[in-house]
Design a protein around this ligand. Structure first.
Ligand SMILES: NC(=O)c1ccc[n+]([C@@H]2O[C@H](COP(=O)([O-])OP(=O)(O)OC[C@H]3O[C@@H](n4cnc5c(N)ncnc54)[C@H](O)[C@@H]3O)[C@@H](O)[C@H]2O)c1
Length: 272
């Protein structure tokens, strides 16, 4: 049975722990780490064979886990990714925005190659990565992501602050950002992880185009992806409901982590 360690016991971490507890994922959670000890304790309470609470990353690295699931933050992803792979464990990365940093991406790739371990990146709050991966076998000319959110969900984004845009004062639907996925994750780090996942699966974070739309009438986070290439073209649209424990995170993101774990532990694999 797969042995996992979990870094980050917030909304996604709790969904993963819940799936392990219900036997939906055939794996055991041996250790958890969160800088918020109460959050780590709450996740442990969900599980029968209570996992150990790590005091730091070193304990995770020294544990007998086969895989470390990062569901914490870009900062945590940057701290743990390479050491996890070098310690001989596989890695699942939810804070995929970390990979927009080209030098970091190359270090992770090298560590995975050298150690023979794998890095798993769930689809997160979007879909369509299966079709994009198939399309990439031939030429892909264009990948565009349009993310529409209520301005409340964009408040505090560094790009809006830089531009002097007050999210609370937006009363009509408007485009607030257009640029590459690499620029989007810098300007909207809490909202555009999906843009980086698209970039990594497709034509890269520099060539992947992103548009962020603030819509005061929006009640859901909508992501629309358009891909054009030798295969033809496709458009994928998802209207996400928020996670039960964190309104900023789409429920689908946590479910995608569980689905990836199910795929890893299932004898039957469907989809690219
Ligand atoms: N790939 C996607 O589509 C997608 C979608 C949503 C969220 N995310 C990302 O996944 C991550 C988790 O999301 P969430 O909704 O569960 O967040 P959350 O805020 O609900 O939980 C994160 C938890 O991690 C802990 N944490 C943060 N930094 C840490 C560190 N350096 N060391 C130890 N613990 C740390 C926090 O205390 C918190 O309990 C975030 O980075 C988020 O941006 C990705």
């Amino acid at each position: 049975m797969l042995k996992m360690a979990l870094i980050g016991c917030g909304s996604i971490g709790r969904i993963i722990a819940g799936a392990v507890c219900q036997g939906e994922v055939r794996a055991s959670l041996v250790m958890v780490l969160d800088r918020d000890k109460e959050a780590a304790g709450k996740v442990c309470e969900l599980l029968e064979g209570r996992p150990a609470i790590a005091g730091g990353v070193e304990e995770i690295l020294a544990s007998d886990a086969d895989m470390v699931v990062e569901a914490a933050s870009v900062e945590a992803a940057k701290e743990v990714a390479v050491p996890v792979l070098e310690s001989g464990k596989d890695l699942m990365l939810l804070s995929v925005g970390a990979l927009a940093d080209g030098a970091f991406y190359r270090r992770v790739l090298e560590a995975a190659r050298d150690s023979g371990r794998k890095v798993y990146i769930p689809s997160g709050a979007i879909g369509g990565l299966d079709a994009l991966k198939s399309a990439m076998v031939a030429q892909v000319e264009e990948v565009t992501l349009t993310t529409t959110k209520n301005p409340r969900g964009l408040a505090g984004a560094p790009y809006l602050e830089e531009q002097g845009i007050d999210a609370g004062a937006i009363t009509e639907k408007r485009v607030v950002f257009e640029g590459s996925a690499a620029e989007a994750i810098k300007g909207f780090p809490a909202n555009t992880n999906v843009a980086v996942a698209l970039g990594v699966a497709g034509i890269g974070v520099e060539r992947t185009r992103v548009r962020v739309v603030a819509d005061p009438g929006a009640t859901r986070n909508v992501h629309e992806i358009h891909v054009r290439g030798d295969f033809g073209q496709f458009t994928f649209r998802v209207e996400n409901l928020p996670s039960p424990h964190n309104p900023k995170t789409s429920y689908l993101a946590g479910l995608s982590a569980v689905a990836t774990l199910k795929r890893l532990t299932s004898p039957f694999q469907v989809g690219t």
